[in-house]
Design a protein. Sequence first.
Lengths: 304, 312
Amino acid sequence: MSLTSDPPVGKATSPADGGSRAPDGGHDAHAALAVVPVRHPWRWAAVAVTAVLVAQFLHGLVTNPGWEWEVFARFFATETILRAVWITLQLTFYGTALGFGLGLVLAFMRLSASPFLKGVAFTYIWAFRSIPLIVQLLFWFNLAYLYRRLQFGIPFGPGFFSFDTMGLVGAMSAAVLGLALHQAAYAAEIVRGGVLAVDEGQLQAAAALGIPKLRQIRRIVLPQAMRSILPNAANEVISLFKGTSIVSVMAIGELFYQVQVVYGRNGRVVPLLMVATVWYILLTTVLSVLQHYVERRFSKGAVR
Amino acid sequence: MSADLGEHGTTAEGGAPSEGNAAGAVRAVRDAADPAPGQAGPPLPDGATAREHRTPAGGAPAMVDVRSVHKSFGAHEVLRGIDLRVRAGEVAVVLGPSGSGKSTLLRTINHLEKVDSGRISVDGALVGYRRCGDRLYELREREILKQRTRIGFVFQNFHLFPHLTVLDNIVEAPVSALKRPRRQAVAAAERLLARVGLADRAASYPRQLSGGQQQRVAIARALALEPKLLLFDEPTSALDPELVGEVLDVIKDLAHQGTTMIVVTHEIGFAREVADTVVFMDDGRIVEQGSPAEVLDRPRHDRTRAFLSKVL
């Protein structure tokens, strides 16, 4: 580890380094002198203190019997937990896919020239960002209380077929619906930000070349917008992934709910919380790696 | 381009001392010539056209025909009645100080900027509108996009698509706008790249090229649509001085092959060498226009003289 960013003394004498010579010819005289890098004693003190604290923490993880690592190991990959992880992943996937799908539409509504479409998108985003996710989820869960039957047909006219709301919107679909609608509000703003970040000249060039409108968006605007959308979108996906734990209030067997069920039965709270924690960490790591590769794909032709 | 100045140029020249009065006079003349001035400038009867536009000796039809075009951004009137005609095969160079409306004029010609009043036609077709009886219907975006494929535009800052290779930059519009088969478009793009001296850079990304190379790619991209008219908006203003030459050489080459073009530039030497007509604009008006020898060496207007004395 180098303590200073000064070049090593030997290098200062190399001729390639001395492109500009001092007018008084002092360069050669200076080059012969030894350079003593500045010392940082307090930095060393801070390193020592931090190292002791880290060591204590690691020591505690290994030696403290309260962690009950053997219980952790027993439950980490049981079928119940694996099934719960799968449900968490499903919630994340559908929440992201539907959320960003709707978010894309909302973003372009807000960017459209029509004040009505703009207003609707703005209101949607305002409303869904204002309502806490947990409140929203409970609303969707109780949808059947508001609308007993859902009917498809002509608006305000006759209906063709209808469903029993209770049967259609089960706990799982209520959760997906809630997560996706909530996510859409945030996704819309992220996509809009990305589109606004694309240089105006790109649109002018595309328009001047007569490229059809949809193609302009798909081929010219979105790939460039992706550069600034992706880091934010990855944040959202990861936060949604962990946010699925909120769905446990609806008694859906996702990871956090299942862990609670298990420790409710056997009383081993800490090791089971660790089971959930490690799964969340592992899968977040996978998402981060994925993000890296997706970002690389969209950075073609970019310098940074 | 016809040698006459059009009514506005003449009036502006006559009433030079007071800009405000000159503008009023221009309006009066325009309104007198125009029986029913409307938003989009209804078409003039043929008699008026003949009076306004002296057909050149060769009888070549106007490729670009700009008539009494006005354009404001908010309260600021950028174009105050522009009349300009460019014949097929002619090279018109537009000079003038910053903010004189040169770029705006160029952008109205391919409808990147909508005019407030007046009309523009390119190769006999009205730009941005369709005439039906005595009404002008605004074109749909798709139709405007189609019109633009016949007009090449080269920007000051190139505006190449940074996420596409040089080849894909050139191929994009022929494939998506003209529905050419990709293979045919690629072959054409390779020929164009060779023509601008960049045959070996097809697989590069724009940011890997110098400014001069990027602008040559942008020119190749505009040429890929085989436009009838090329518009250049200060094509060398964003370049290092030593890169200007390579871009101007490509444009000169196009000029010698008889491409119709309008070039907005500050390169007086280029204007002298290549232009058939030099147009000098100031404050939203065409102050004077004529052959390079007339405008650059014997300017009739004080404003032109003052401008040239600063840039030469």
